[in-house]
Ligand binder design. Sequence first.
Ligand code: NAP
Length: 247
Amino acid sequence: MSESRVALVTGGSRGIGRKIAERFAKEGYNLVINYVSDNTNIDEISNEIKGDSNIEILFVKADVTSFESCENMVKEAMDKFGRIDVLVNNAGITKDGLLMRMQEDDFTRVIDVNLKGTFNVTKNVIPYMMKQRYGKIINISSVVGETGNAGQANYAASKAGIIGFTKSVAKELASRNILANCVAPGFIKTDMTDVLSDSVKESINAQIPLKKMGTAEEVANAVYFLGNEENTYITGQVLNVNGGMLM
Ligand code: NAP
């Protein structure tokens, strides 16, 4: 590899996305880190991820629900680095509630961020990957996209949709040497699961064969496995990282 490869991670400011960014940084990838919140401390994140390395990081504030913002983000990334080798669609939210009580906005917003956001970024990145004749796309789904979950009809639908989307992209782009896969985490310790009560966490742990929630690093390792140059023959797959919740 004559020049450093580039990985774009949506929602890379914290949680799983942050650990994915760190994993690629550790391997010498330059990074495009997307986030949306105003209170994100870019300097602190940048220093922590870079450490002593020579990698470069471009931070882009963009709401993945906006196609235009995603288009601008990808253009900015191309202007800076001239290539995007790895795309990780990680940005995601939950708005849980039983269907009986779920508001239309809660359904629409979750689909917009998780599924439409994945489309918005992927659609803008693939022309460049096609020209490069190289690309790795990893979309973050969830175990509940495969099993369903009471109280998460919106979220489970978005994550199941991501699996169908990924398999279609994998079929369309295989001839251009672009490999697309999903990583489907189970319950992982992040801000997203910190909101759960201790009793809910205990009952979740009891259902996991490994009897504990996973870490963001464990998900990041799976993403790197699919996204690195040595993966030349795995595409259209769902890699489960869930402590054995689904076998
Ligand atoms: P998290 O800690 O809540 O972090 C979410 C990330 O997404 C943040 O970086 C946030 O950016 C970003 N984000 C949210 N809305 C966005 C938007 N509209 N545009 C751009 N970025 C946006 O969540 P996490 O637990 O790390 O989850 C990461 C991914 O893994 C999600 O897709 C989630 O569904 C999936 N997942 C998580 C678990 C779990 O147990 N934690 C399990 C299965 C799947 P800001 O920092 O700027 O707000």
